[in-house]
Write a protein that binds this ligand. Sequence first.
Ligand SMILES: [Zn+2]
Length: 261
Amino acid sequence: MPSIALRAVLFCFLLALAASCAKAPLTQRSQFIVLPESQTVAMGLEAAQQVKETEPLSSDPALTGRVRRVGERIAAQTGRDYEWEFNVIDEDVPNAFALPGGKVFVYRGLLGMTDSDDELAVVIGHEIAHAMARHGAERMSVQLGTALAGEAAGVAIGLESPAMAQVFASAYGMASQVGVILPYSRTQEYEADYIGLILMAQAGYDPGAALVFWRKMMQLDKGSAPPAWLSTHPPSQDRLIELQKDLPVIKGKYYHRNQND
Ligand SMILES: [Zn+2]
């Protein structure tokens, strides 16, 4: 039986190995992901179940129909065989999120702020991109890696620390509880914007709507009570600059309005 220190070193080596393999779709950015997809999809499913039990889902066929129609058209472009699901939460809150494995929730409040399906496609495309690029798994992996690195350091300097398994369990427990709703990093946000634009363009939605939508959000952000979604999705000048830079290329390469209409 190898010592705890040796096991910690081996585990870190495996983490590094896993990290070197993952690449984000379309951007080819290297990702640090150590949690197997089956695991994170199961966690996403569990979280989605909790959301459905605690939040009021809309049964308005006009609202849910619109979100499902736009969502499914964009999800079809991902090449991921997730069981995509789109629901509307019947609350006047401007918010939206996607869970690992493709369960997407849009609040009625945010839905009301999208003046066209193209604008709704900006929101849903962005959320689908987070799920497609496994951003949740990436955040959880970083947390787990940090916890394990801390433990390995403790062992290395000879501290009598709790058993590795216990640390793993608690780090994993922490990740599974909060991991699915952890805020994304700036890099992940820009990446979700970029991937989202490509997906929506491929699905036949005008990616130019992103500028209209984010400019509108920027005005709201200046108000006294900025929408919840904007606390994790600040419509900064930088964000608009990135979008403006990417748009002409994406529009020229992927957007064909008549392909689906
Ligand atoms: Zn986001």
